[in-house]
Design a protein around this ligand. Structure first.
Ligand code: SF4
Length: 350
């Protein structure tokens, strides 16, 4: 599938079939054919698109590229089979994406920005700073690279927009990439299989509530009081817990959908009985699910995960209050699968 994209040429990976036909001045069925080659067969070389006429293939090769990313590094954990891809953008920037396996279930964790300006204090991506937004094609191609060579059969992967970046600070491209990923001529991923995760960008949550779809919303909480959250997630200084929870409750009210709260467990920081109490008080009356994630340590940041019994006690205390919660078993630690770590290592080695 590998084809080095020409940075001058427009990429076709971010055009839906009808728009592709319109922009290229070709027949609608030809737009669908090209879209299928790129998104279903993950073929980026026009010469391999054998059901296109020779003339069309030549025109495409001379004027367009099918992809915007190339593979810089891919690794697979021998233990968990977690797959991690470091992808190079046409301007030399890099972005990372992860494929996680849980029995038969495949989940792709993809990025929406190069770096991140939110600067959560426990996050490797936050350490690297913000470079730029990704385009819809650059977001979608991450899924294509991760799925190339995977035998899916009748399984549909889940997609979480939870890699590098704050998706709601790149709202339009994130929405367009969701449309491309769900297109039946491509991967055809159902809306309910996709989750957008925000650190608390309130205007994005308000827009998201207006979208006419079933895509899921996840909010990275990590703290249930403003003092601690101001420190861990600096975005809280702009949109404090009161505003954040107000927008989440309005979202639930208008969509009827459940929200997932992410809570990265940090030893001695947000794993105490007091933290549990505050979290119960904050979310106990919302239609929610809590995802507890023991921290995956990043060198130089000084945080560690709590011991497993502390994590389990946190989950059980929520359950006793009727709050659905899971403790995510760590996967891929051995291949730097925490947010932004592969890219960070890559940057450090330059
Ligand atoms: S945790 Fe997410 S929002 Fe926070 S700095 Fe990292 S990438 Fe950005």
């Amino acid at each position: 599938m590998e084809q080095t994209p020409d940075r001058q040429q427009p990429s076709l990976s971010e055009l839906a079939p009808a728009r592709m036909a319109e922009e290229l001045g070709i027949k609608p069925f030809q737009g669908r054919q090209i879209f299928r080659w790129i998104h279903q067969k993950k073929v980026f070389d026009f010469d391999q698109m054998t059901d296109l006429s020779k003339g069309l293939r030549k025109t495409l090769s001379e004027n367009y590229s099918a992809n915007k990313l190339t593979l810089a590094e891919i690794s697979e954990s021998p233990r968990s089979k977690t797959k991690k891809a470091l992808l190079r953008l046409h301007d030399g920037e890099t972005v990372e994406s992860v494929l996680l396996r849980d029995r038969d279930r495949i989940t792709l964790c993809i990025s929406t920005q190069v770096g991140c300006a939110v600067k959560c204090t426990f996050c490797a991506t936050g350490m690297s700073g913000f470079a730029r937004n990704l385009s819809p094609g650059e977001i979608v191609e991450q899924a294509l690279y991760l799925l190339a060579g995977e035998k899916l059969g009748d399984r549909t992967p889940n997609i979480v927009f939870m890699g590098m970046g704050e998706p709601f600070r790149n709202y339009d491209a994130t929405v367009e990439s969701i449309r491309l990923l769900s297109d039946p001529e491509g991967l055809g991923i159902g809306a309910r299989k996709m989750t957008v995760s925000t650190a608390g960008e309130v205007p994005g949550i308000e827009r998201f509530a207006e979208e006419n779809w079933q895509v899921r919303l996840s909010v990275s909480l990590h703290a249930a009081n403003d003092t601690l959250r101001d420190e861990l997630v600096p975005l809280n200084r702009k949109y404090n817990l009161d505003r954040l929870m107000g927008s989440v409750k309005a979202y639930i009210e208008s969509t009827g959908r459940q929200v997932t709260f992410e809570w990265t467990l940090l030893e001695g920081v947000n794993d105490t009985t007091n933290d549990i109490r505050e979290l119960i008080d904050l979310v106990g009356d919302t239609k929610c699910f809590v995802n507890l994630i023991p921290y995956n340590p990043v060198a130089g940041l000084g945080y560690t995960p709590p011991p497993l019994p502390v994590c389990e006690a946190f989950r059980d205390a929520l359950a006793r209050e009727g709050i659905k919660a899971t403790l995510r078993v760590e996967r891929g630690q051995d291949i730097d699968a925490a947010c932004g770590q592969l890219r960070r290592r890559h940057l450090d080695s330059r």
